[in-house]
Ligand binder design. Sequence first.
Ligand SMILES: *Cc1c(COP(=O)(O)O)cnc(C)c1O
Length: 377
Amino acid sequence: MGYLMETYKRLGVEFVKGEGVYLYDREGRRYLDFISGIGVVSLGHCNRVLVEALTEQAKRLWHTSNLYENSLQEELARRLSEKFWTKAKVFFTNSGTESVECAIKLTRKFFYEIGEKRYRILAFKNSFHGRTFGSLSATGQEKFKRGFRPTLKGFDFAPFNDKDAFKRKIKRETAGILLEVVQGEGGVIPAREEFLKEVERVCKEEGLLLIVDEVQTGVGRTGKFFAYEHFNLKPDIVTLAKGLGGGFPVGACLAREEVAKAFKISDHGSTFGGNFLACKVALKVVEEVEKILKEVSEVGEYLKERLRPYGKVRGLGLMVGLELREDCSKVVERLLREGVLVNCTAKRVLRFLPPLIVKREHVDEMIKVLDRVLRGG
Ligand SMILES: *Cc1c(COP(=O)(O)O)cnc(C)c1O
């Protein structure tokens, strides 16, 4: 102990085994997992189909680098493009922050290529886009930036969900507008439809790129493959990561073909990005998620309904927040002791991101414990 940088406040438990919506600690105690590694283990722990895909690929080939062809990347990109509203081209990364970096770089390169001096990104207050310098600079929360200034130049911020205020932040050099359809780390705050529509309209009118960060909301989490589909948006760039690999690290940046073309040979790259293991698993994730989108919406609605007696409930699909009147970190600890895993974000918001395969009976099981903990019974 003591050899890790102390960047994480960890709860005093280590899991040694997982199965579906359950995790097991060293003593063999079972926990109902309603956070799934922050929306990562989208198909449950050690999903049979994914384990098979991964182990089969592990015996065949792991990594050759992007010096060579990779038909699994091609296939995964095609599948993701089929989900997109128009033909997309894809760049594979290993994490959410890298997907956002890719989106920022692509945005700048797009305007460079068409000979316009535009480079600024307009993002929103209370947003979260990652912790490397580009994505951190785009993040609209002071607590992530403290101690790390100066951040990059070229980022502006407007209040989220205000359909007029953002227009005043658009400058001559503004290249794109970056947003989450549901702010995740910010406290599970869904964007309003009229706000999104107005952002999209202004992007069109002003020739700005609409960049949707779907790192948390994407790959079925909200009951649609992409959360933007709820509002029929037509984004130029979309980022993915968290749920895409079902627990295997993989991310992606998708862009409409005309935008994607701005990246030429050597403009961007990643050693690990899109390796065989990652692509093989992600292909299966995409395939499996397609089959359960309807259930995600249904169980998501049920979850919200069951949570309503305990506070303000927000969210889409299986991305749900319960706003409490108190700081929720103590509640999280009590729930953990009672065998239920959730997390606390934005101080007072209990966040529920169960595996997408969760059933009503698991919701009932969780609510029983939550009721005991919140009502102190
Ligand atoms: C988690 C998250 C990120 C960062 O992803 P990492 O894999 O931790 O780098 C970026 N954007 C959003 C919306 C996220 O929820």
